[in-house]
Design a protein around this ligand. Structure first.
Ligand code: DON
Length: 337
């Protein structure tokens, strides 16, 4: 039994098998407890390599959980907008899979963890593919696959995809977009390398623009949790009930999140926390508990790998306290779902 005790239990005698009954107060109490505990943790530094991101308030901190039956639990600065950054890679990958199917996407982007930093300039030696869609090189290749008759249609398709996951219209932060566009030489170098090997066949400046725009989409912590809950709920937004992505691609998306989503921390994350996740350089993290809930955490102080320090700690404790590790069969896991 988890330390939440009977806070989370299966509604065994309800009409819909698998529905959740979560007594809100203990779960909210856990979030409040984690928030007050970890707001004291001042370790880490905000990202500075995109100049506009250096302006963020490092004290911001929020945690949100959305269950697959649409209940929302949130604490801290959950309305604060920030740019989604690398968390967008998860959703762009889903759109590329919908546009081309798994076989074709696999010819352009692999699914192997790199063990390298998110911005490593490295391709698979044999295939010349970027290693996976969660690192920058793979994400740029993925974004170059998004269909549309021109840059505006491709951007609109991307924004509409985010709208389905989040449940409301989203916008690009133009300051962050232009800040990254004018300083993103490393990403531009990766794009040129992939162009050289024929892994990107469209105008690379256009693909880079779309990649920088998707990274600069503004979200808040609650949005992150709803997006994660949509992935947990077979691609259906648990609040609007809209299908955000074809359910056949959920396993592909969650698999690369699990193995590659936390970059060169992915192995330790899988070992200790045990659920698919993705981080962003602005300080967001999403974590997906399949068929149960989505978790969003926002805190801009980052560790050396570019993952939110408080975000990792909060997810680690949530995993332990709620018994979320996917492979935990010790009997300690929460009784739900
Ligand atoms: O391409 C970049 O470097 C950024 N737009 C996104 C990187 C990122 O979020 C890495 N995550 N922790």
């Amino acid at each position: 039994m988890s330390i939440l005790g009977n806070a989370i239990s299966v509604m065994t005698n309800q009409a819909h098998q698998g529905d959740l009954e979560i007594d809100p107060s203990p779960l909210l109490a856990v979030l409040k407890d984690l928030h007050s505990q970890y707001k004291l943790l001042g370790e880490g530094a905000v990202a500075k390599y995109i100049p506009e991101l250096a302006k963020v308030n490092p004290d911001l901190f929020s945690i949100c959980i959305v269950t697959v039956d649409g209940q929302v639990y949130k604490v801290g600065d959950y309305d604060q907008l920030f740019t989604i950054q690398s968390i967008s890679k998860v959703f762009a990958y889903g759109l590329a899979l919908e546009d081309h199917g798994q076989d074709y996407v696999l010819t352009r982007v692999g699914v192997e963890p790199t063990g390298d930093a998110f911005n490593a300039i490295v391709l698979d030696e044999q295939s010349k593919r970027p290693y996976n869609p969660m690192v920058n090189a793979g994400a740029i290749a993925t974004t170059s696959l998004i269909k549309g008759s021109g840059p505006t249609e491709r951007l609109n398709r991307m924004l509409d995809m985010f709208r389905r996951y989040i449940g409301h219209d989203v916008f690009v932060d133009i300051s962050v977009f232009t800040s990254e566009r004018s300083t993103g030489h490393r990403n531009r170098a990766m794009a040129h390398l992939m162009l050289n090997f024929g892994m990107i066949d469209r105008n690379i400046e256009e693909s880079l623009d779309l990649y920088f725009q998707q990274c600069a989409v503004m979200v808040n912590c609650q949005d992150l949790a709803v997006m994660a809950a949509t992935l947990a709920n077979r691609g259906i937004n648990p609040i609007t009930k809209e299908q955000a992505v074809d359910k056949r691609y959920i396993k592909d998306i969650l698999s690369v999140m699990y193995t590659c989503g936390m970059y060169n921390f992915a192995g330790e994350w899988a070992y200790k926390i045990g659920i698919p996740a993705k981080s962003g350089i602005c300080g967001g993290i999403i974590a997906v508990v399949p068929n149960k809930m989505g978790i969003g955490v926002f805190s801009p102080l980052l560790d050396v790998r570019g993952n939110s320090v408080r975000g990792v700690k909060v997810c680690e404790e949530l995993s332990q306290r709620l018994g979320l590790h996917l492979f935990d069969c010790s009997g300690q896991q929460a009784k739900f779902g």
